[in-house]
Structure formats: C-alpha cells, structure tokens
Write a protein that binds this ligand. Structure first.
Ligand code: FAD
Length: 423
C-alpha cells in the first residue's frame, strides 16, 4: 500500500481548510487528499443564488484551484476504513496507509427519503437551494409566482446550515413584498422542529419577519412525500399531545430542505457512532477510540451547528492536534463549538447568529457594531462582500484570521466547553 503521513478524506470546506492549516505550520508535511469531484463549491453562496443576488458561477471553482500544490490528490472516493491497520481502501481497490487520518466527507443529502421528490426536483415548482444546479430555479420560481401557495420545508435536525430553509423563505417573501404580490401569496414554513430556531436569542428577531411577511408557521410538520405533477405535498403533523396525522397541502412553489445523514461509507465503518457520524471529542476533534483519527466539518458528531463557519474554527484546531499527535504530544488545542448562520431576513439585512456549544452566544463583533440578535445592514455587507473572500482567500489558504485555536492547560483536565470561547 502507498503511504502518507496524513491522509484527508474529502476536499470540501473542511478538507481543504485543514490541509492549508497544516501546511502553514509545516510546509513540507506529506499530505494526501482523497476527493472524487472536479469542482469545489462555496455552498453558503447558494442562498444568495436562490435570492437572485449571486450568480451560480460565483459559488464554484475547480478543485485544482483550491488544492494546495504540495498535496497529493487521489481523485477517487474512500470506501473502506480499517483503523486497526491504519489503512483505507479507495474505490479502485488501491490501499493507502497513514500515520494520521482526517475525515471531512461532509454529509449526505437524502433526497430519496422523500418519495416522489427526486423525480420532480427542478420542475413543477419544486426546488431547493441545497443543490448548486437548483438554486437558480428557486429565483426563477420567485420571479414567476404571482399568487398561490408557497411552502418552505425543514427536516429533522441535524442539517447543515440550520437557517438556510428560512433564508430561502425570507428572501422570497421580500421579493414578493417589494413587488406588491405578497398579499396574494400564502406562505407556509413547515418545519419538523418544535421551534423556529434552535438558539432562543435569535427567535424574537426572526418571529418579527414571520409576522411581517404573514408567514404561517407550522411546527412539527414533517414532509413525507411529494406529488410533483399534481403539486401536492404530504406532511406528518404532530400535535401538542404527540399524536401524528397525515396532511396533504397543495402548493404552487415548494422549496425543500432534504433530510440529511452520514454517508453510508462512514456510517457502516468502525469509526462511526451509533447515528453514523464520526465519533470525536467535541473539544479536540480527535476520535474517541483511535487517537490518530480526527474529523471536522459536517461529518463530525460534535454538537456544533454544521456550517463552513464552524470549519473555519475547527481547521486550525485539528491541524495543531494532528501535528501534536504525530510528534507524540497530547492533542490540547480546543474548539469551542463556534458556528454561524447569517439569516438573510430581507435583501440588505441579516440576523447574524453566532454561537457555540450549548447555544452560548459567541459574537465576533462588539454589540455597538453588530448586534447579532437584531437585523443588521452591516451583516448583510459581511455576507455579500466579506464572507466569500474569508472563505476562498483566508480559510482555504490557511490564514487563521480570527480563528487561532485556544489550548487547554493540561491534558488531564481539559478546559470545559463553556470556558473555551476564543474571542
Ligand atoms: P463539504 O464542503 O460538503 O465537502 C465534503 C467533500 O467530501 C465533498 O467535496 C465530497 O465530494 C467529498 N467526499 C464525500 N464522500 C467522500 C468519500 N467517500 N471519499 C472522498 N471524498 C468524499 N455554512 C456557513 O457557514 N454559512 C452559511 O451561510 C451556510 N449556508 C449554507 C447554505 C446551503 C444551501 C448549504 C447547502 C450549506 C450552507 N452552509 C453554510 C454549510 C456549509 O456549506 C457546510 O457546513 C460546509 O461546506 C461543510 O464542510 P465539509 O468539508 O464538512 O463538507
């Protein structure tokens, strides 16, 4: 088997960011990235594609352009993990051995879990900003809809960017509002969850927009089937007593956020927890059982918001801990659970949710500049102008602007999650 010091599975946000962070520390480090795709996507931009603000092209680059030159790229997928032998097997049957393994495969969008959905995506008014090719269709539908029912769905957690289903809805409503059409369009937010947003501090600001746009907030409404040709969506609706009934709702536009799960290859491997995610310590992002395996991004089972913003803080922590481990030292760099969700409540304004483990608010800016719990114009400028640059030119280049890891003082008593805020 070919061998590398560090093997990274996945060349998305997490894989590229951690490779860049490691190379910043040790430019000669021997790293391989396993990644089958030719293209790398800036997924946070898809909300703005669906809102008619960004072009599709602004969210896509070639994999080669984001892959550090020093890295050996295996353009294929990993399909078997043998942690006891420190080996993985690639799709073509080739084996690779490693001293350290970093898993960053992201998650799987489970379109197939909703009968009827796959075959109607991109037509019959059914769309999703969760796919590069469909985000422009969202904007097309928003512009063509003059009256009728618009339904926006959200599946059970965990999902990546938990705010994205709402962002699509608010930007659509804003456009209809500006064109004087909103009175003729009945908008529903059907979420499988029991609250509008997971962190209470942001709920009042979001509720104001629900009220302003006249959105019907339908909690514990889980999408279970779609009939595209007849434009009907089926929901499992749970009431306060816990009784579940089936409801069929007609739609003219349906924006679906699909259920999400760990990819099969991870879920069935020895490195997964019971739910299928890679089982890591939430602070060090080191595997709970195999000390030379780490995970970051959406595939890790750490209870942070699954976002690229989380990756920005996780990458330097994993980089430091992997290099410590390789030199026989303990993994003491600490991730505080930071994640961020810029909620586009209207074109030009954002509620900037930033929080860590346990829902602890972790604002980047002082409140006088940006109060994250209130809609802000500056936050919109941040999302539109700054964050793409922060992603491509800072995070993927290993420049750890505002993301330097903190460290627990001793290995035997790691800093508690609550103490680990690094701003
Ligand atoms: P990804 O970036 O998805 O990359 C995973 C990579 O692994 C892929 O390239 C894939 O091809 C590869 N891979 C998969 N399986 C294998 C395998 N077996 N072998 C080898 N390679 C494999 N985040 C924010 O911070 N802010 C936002 O506003 C925001 N908005 C979002 C809006 C939408 C609509 C979406 C879809 C996401 C949004 N996100 C946002 C979330 C963010 O994009 C993800 O959290 C982030 O990309 C996770 O990085 P990752 O590396 O874990 O996964």
């Amino acid at each position: 088997a070919a061998s590398h010091n560090i093997v990274i599975i996945g060349g998305g946000a997490g894989g590229q960011a951690v490779a860049a962070s490691i190379l910043k520390r040790q430019p000669d480090q021997d790293i391989a990235i396993i990644e089958p795709q030719q293209a790398h996507y800036y997924q946070p931009g898809w909300t703005l594609v669906g809102g008619g603000v960004f072009s599709q092209a602004q969210t896509k680059r070639t994999m080669t352009s984001v892959m550090p030159k020093q890295v050996t790229w295996y353009q294929t997928a990993a399909n078997k993990f043998e942690p006891e032998r420190q080996q993985i097997t690639l799709e073509n049957g080739e084996r690779l051995s490693y001293k350290a393994l970093i898993v960053a495969t992201g998650l799987k969008l489970d379109w197939e879990a909703i009968p009827g959905l796959n075959e109607t995506l991109g037509k019959n008014g059914v769309t999703s900003n969760y796919r590069f090719d469909l985000a422009p269709y969202t904007w097309e539908l928003v512009q063509s809809l003059k009256s009728g029912n618009a339904i926006f769905t959200q599946p059970p957690m965990p999902i990546k960017c938990a705010g994205a289903p709402q962002k699509a809805m608010y930007l659509s409503c804003d456009e209809w509002h500006r064109n004087g059409l909103l009175d003729n369009i009945s908008v529903s937010f059907c979420t499988a969850g029991a609250a509008l947003f997971g962190v209470q501090a942001y709920v009042p600001a979001l509720q104001k927009y629900i009220d302003k746009y006249g959105i019907k907030l339908q909690l514990q409404n889980k999408l279970t089937a779609v009939d595209g040709p007849n434009q009907r969506a089926t929901f499992a609706v749970t009431d306060a007593e816990g009784n579940t009934t089936t409801e069929v709702k007609p739609f003219d536009m349906l924006h679906v956020c699909p259920p999400q799960k760990a990819p099969e290859v991870i879920a069935t491997s020895p490195i997964a927890d019971e739910a299928g995610w890679v089982d890591v310590s939430p602070e060090s992002l080191q595997h709970t059982q195999y000390h030379n395996i780490f995970a970051l991004g959406d595939i890790a089972n750490a209870p942070n918001a699954k976002t690229a913003a989380a990756v920005r803080k996780q990458a330097p922590v994993v980089a430091e801990n992997v290099l410590s481990m390789l030199s026989g030292k303990p993994a003491i760099a600490v991730y505080d659970g930071y994640g961020s969700c810029p909620l586009t409540v209207e074109r030009g304004k954002i509620v900037l949710a930033e929080f860590g483990y346990g829902g602890k608010l972790l604002p980047t800016f002082p409140t006088w500049l940006v109060n994250g719990t209130k809609p802000s114009r500056l936050s919109w400028l941040l999302k539109e102008k700054m964050l793409p640059w922060l992603y491509w030119d800072v995070m993927l280049k290993g420049k750890e602007w505002l993301a330097a890891p903190s460290h627990s003082v001793t290995k035997s008593k790691p800093a508690s999650v609550e103490d680990a805020c690094n701003f």
